[in-house]
Write a protein that binds this ligand. Structure first.
Ligand SMILES: Nc1ncnc2c1ncn2[C@@H]1O[C@H](COP(=O)(O)OP(=O)(O)OP(=O)(O)O)[C@@H](O)[C@H]1O
Ligand SMILES: [Mg+2]
Length: 324
């Protein structure tokens, strides 16, 4: 496929002080997005991360014109989501958390309908559908109704739709949910290839290692607001004093779990003879700690690493909870 045409706007996506308040009947209003401002450069893979209820899906719904913002502005390739929704829709494809496939149509017809909606001729749509079904290992299911497929296959059809058309911006809410690891890896490498052609990918995921591997720009949000923003390197600097320690003992020393809990770890996981610990401390203290632990039993394996995105995420959200 040819490279994506350069967009008119400098940014693929811009939000300025975006607010979305839900007003459910007979219940208090919910401020799901609370003054979010960010811009995303074209050709990047951008992740919105945050705990359940942080406002990720709501933000994507506003950006994809499914919901109107309450106040503030949002635009996609320079087109305002509230004032020019059709211009936005022409330039995006989206997989939002709730199902976005027609259950009564076959896999092939779902893909064809989507491509026709985006202006493909029938012949072009048919040929593209065959290619995409091959990529997503859906060829054998082509004539089956989506309602007869398993959850994972339904998700495949949703994600496959995004690859049918060549829109410059792609939104994917929890893109990997229900995918097996092989397909997930294939989709991740397809997303990388699409971004390097100039497509902008906006995704949310609960699997932080996926974001760590895939995304060059990350925004961590909580309660509708930004908690941190940057590439992985910048986020790691925010938590540079967090270290991950993994130690395997011949026999797990008794009461070690309680002792480690007293260090107020970012994360602690004990599995059979292995402890996995993320602690906030300076490097010499971490080495000292490992030395102390090693006196408690015969150690078969030790590994010390810098913080993972998951550690950073947990730390930042802890700090955010304390500051509120
Ligand atoms: N239609 C709605 N009516 C009222 N409140 C809603 C509605 N949709 C979402 N909310 C509330 O808005 C907040 C943000 O929800 P949202 O779905 O955007 O979060 P999320 O970050 O996508 O969470 P998750 O990780 O669980 O998918 C939550 O408090 C949620 O309960
Ligand atoms: Mg969500």
């Amino acid at each position: 496929m040819c490279p994506i045409k350069k967009p008119v706007s400098e940014f693929a996506i811009q939000c300025e002080n975006l607010v979305k308040v839900y007003r459910p009947r007979r219940r208090a209003p919910v401020r799901a997005v609370d003054g979010l401002s960010f811009a995303v450069a074209p050709g990047s893979i951008f992740a919105l991360l945050g705990p359940n209820g942080a406002g990720k899906t709501t933000t994507l719904k506003v950006l994809t014109t499914l919901l109107l913002p309450t106040t503030g502005r949002a635009s996609v390739l320079g087109h305002d989501v509230a004032k020019q929704p059709l211009d936005v829709r022409r330039r995006i494809s989206a997989v939002i958390q709730e199902t976005a496939v027609d259950m009564f149509l076959s896999v092939r017809d779902n893909l064809l309908t989507f491509a026709r909606f985006h202006g493909f001729s029938l012949a072009a749509a048919r040929s593209r559908a065959s290619e995409v079904m091959e990529q997503f290992h859906l060829t054998a299911e082509a004539e089956r109704k989506v309602m007869d497929l398993s959850g994972g296959y339904r998700r495949r059809v949703q994600v496959a739709k995004v690859f049918m058309v060549d829109t410059p911006v792609v939104f994917m809410d929890e893109f990997s949910t229900g995918m097996d690891p092989i397909l997930k890896r294939a989709v991740m490498s397809m997303l990388r290839a699409e971004a390097s052609r100039g497509r902008t990918i906006v995704l949310t995921t609960q699997v932080l290692s996926e974001a760590e591997e895939l995304c060059d720009d990350i925004l961590i949000m909580n309660k509708g607001r930004q908690v941190a923003r940057g590439d992985l390197h910048a986020l790691k600097l925010l938590s540079r004093d967090v270290y991950e320690v993994s130690m395997t003992f011949e026999r797990l020393p008794c009461e070690i779990e309680g002792e480690l809990q007293r260090l107020d770890p970012v994360r602690l996981h004990v599995n059979q003879n292995t402890i996995e610990l993320a602690v906030r401390a300076e490097e010499p203290h971490v080495l000292e700690l490992v030395g102390e632990l090693a006196k408690k039993g015969r150690v078969l394996h030790v590994e010390i690493k810098g913080a993972s995105l998951e550690d950073i995420f947990v730390e930042l959200l802890k700090e955010d909870a304390h500051s509120n």
